[in-house]
Design a binder for this molecule. Structure first.
Ligand code: AMP
Ligand code: ZN
Length: 476
């Protein structure tokens, strides 16, 4: 199997992946803050992490993945307060919808989804270690990490500490800081806010310390991979490195992998900017989750993905090419006189897994991986047309696609909901919608499109009959 190479943000170069424990990849992925439904920008990051996870498994690693759920921070506290419910009651539906979105896009579930509020003792223990080792100090019931004690600070992001003036005071709730560059580990309680007991009085953890404590709890003090969107690099991941290494005295994470943003009209999609689409928004407009997954995966993780509806249509079109090939293969005759797979076609079958594995192992080069898939699609179509399929070849084609789909999770239409479409249509409603689309295609003389729709329906056992009164359909 191909050796995996990943772009490590720490050191900014392509590095061979070498896990601490041979054969096991331990991976931490920063999860959502659950004050709201997640948007497709968040899902782009989770889809890229899923691609990495599936690639690791494809290449033979056992994966242990942790994705945290940030269920206590300013926004969740404010939301719960406004709604007049407890933090737990407020965040529960958002946690449920987050998990549902992952399932809808066939993003594999992590092994652990710890919630911050369930791991407070681990965070308190980590902060206590930092205080004990002299890296943290107490002030007005809060605890801060002292950046001046950490000579290595800024290694991940290339952040130059000297540019930030010392002693300047910023946010009012962080008045106790000795140095503007310090960050909060424990926030002393404010009236009306939820709080937990600690050696420094009641309060709650800061965001950065949550991820350090939860990752080390499940993966150990040193582990292999830590991922997130590029906005996590600074200060979040920089602070995680600082506090984790200060507490344990050894390296925290070997490889940091960051995904670029999904953008709309040149701007990052963000809850705070109000330019977001949720998965449900897109599905309600008639887009299938399958096309959304394809779009999210089809741009390399280190490139920005500019979201447009045209690109969603293109994703659906690419998938249709694969489906049509499957349809042709299903209906193709086999040459029973052959005793073995024709030599040229045997090479087509051998090439796909080889080229695909080499592509994904090369820093998740998804463009090259998809190119290998579409070369395969084209060559299968030609083989069908030329009558070159022999006994057993149809199964070999299906197996070759299923093999690479362990990584892509998008090629097999049967794995996606067929009876109720994404938009919540019944099957009948969807058939009517496709018939309408076919009619429109014929009106604009796009016969390739109209044939495609007829074939797609035929593939599901639906036969169309054009009559002077319009198109009727029946099940075969
Ligand atoms: P948050 O809930 O904001 O902490 O985000 C959860 C994850 O989604 C983090 O890894 C972020 O980096 C990522 N994220 C947020 N916005 C975007 C975006 N527009 N594109 C890609 N990833 C994003
Ligand atoms: Zn995090």
């Amino acid at each position: 199997m191909a050796d995996l190479v990943l772009f490590n943000t720490l050191g900014r170069k392509l590095t061979p992946f070498a896990p601490i424990e041979p054969g096991v990849a331990k991976m931490y992925t920063c999860g959502p803050t659950v004050y709201n439904d997640i948007h497709i920008g968040n899902l782009r990051t989770f889809a890229f992490e899923d691609l990495l996870r599936r690639t690791l498994r494809y290449l033979g690693y056992r994966v242990v993945q942790v994705m945290n759920v940030t269920d206590v921070d300013d926004k969740t506290i404010q939301g719960a307060h406004k709604a007049g419910v407890s933090l737990e009651e407020y965040t529960q539906p958002f946690i449920a919808s987050f998990l549902r979105d992952l399932d809808t896009l066939r993003i594999e579930r992590a092994e652990h989804f710890p919630r911050a509020t369930h791991c407070i003792p681990d965070m308190v223990a980590l902060i206590a270690r930092l205080v004990e080792r002299g890296y943290a100090y107490q002030s007005d019931g809060s605890v801060f990490f002292s950046i001046a004690r950490d000579a290595d600070y800024g290694r991940l992001s290339g952040f130059d500490l000297a540019q930030v003036r010392r002693g300047e005071r910023v946010a009012s709730d962080e008045y106790g800081k000795e140095d503007v560059r310090d960050f909060v580990l424990w926030k002393g309680v404010k009236p009306g806010e939820p709080a937990w007991e600690s050696p420094w009085g009641p309060g709650r953890p800061g965001w950065h310390v949550e991820c350090s404590a939860m990752s080390m709890k499940y993966l150990g003090e040193s582990f292999d991979l830590h991922c997130g969107g590029v906005d996590n690099i600074f200060p979040h991941h920089e602070n995680e490195i600082a506090q984790s290494e200060a507490a344990t005295g050894h390296p925290f994470v070997r490889t940091w992998v960051h995904g670029e943003h999904l953008i709309v009209d040149g701007q990052k999609m963000a809850k705070s900017l109000g330019n977001q689409y949720t998965l449900k928004d897109l599905v309600d407009r008639g887009t299938t989750p399958r096309a959304i997954r394809y779009l999210l995966l089809s741009v390399h993780y280190r490139q920005k993905l500019n979201f447009t509806f045209e690109s969603l249509d293109a994703a659906a079109g690419a998938l249709r090419r694969v489906d049509e090939m499957r349809f042709r293969v299903a209906h193709a005759p086999e040459d029973a006189t052959r005793t073995e797979t024709e030599a040229g076609f045997a090479e087509t079958l051998a090439k796909l897994p080889r080229d695909f594995a080499a592509a994904v192992a090369d820093d998740l080069n998804v463009a090259a991986a998809l190119a290998a898939v579409f070369v395969f699609v084209k060559e299968v179509n030609v083989a069908v047309e030329e009558g070159r399929l022999g006994p057993g070849d149809k199964d070999r084609i299906a197996a070759a696609l299923a093999d690479v789909d362990r990584v892509l999770g998008v090629l097999d239409p049967a794995a996606w909901p067929a009876t109720a479409t994404a938009a919540g249509d019944t099957e009948e409603e969807e058939i009517e919608r496709l018939i309408q689309e076919r009619k429109e295609a014929r009106q604009r003389r796009d016969f390739a499109a109209s044939d495609r729709i007829r074939d797609e329906l035929a593939g599901r056992g639906i036969v169309l009959e054009d009559t002077p009164q319009g198109t009727r359909w029946k099940r075969r």
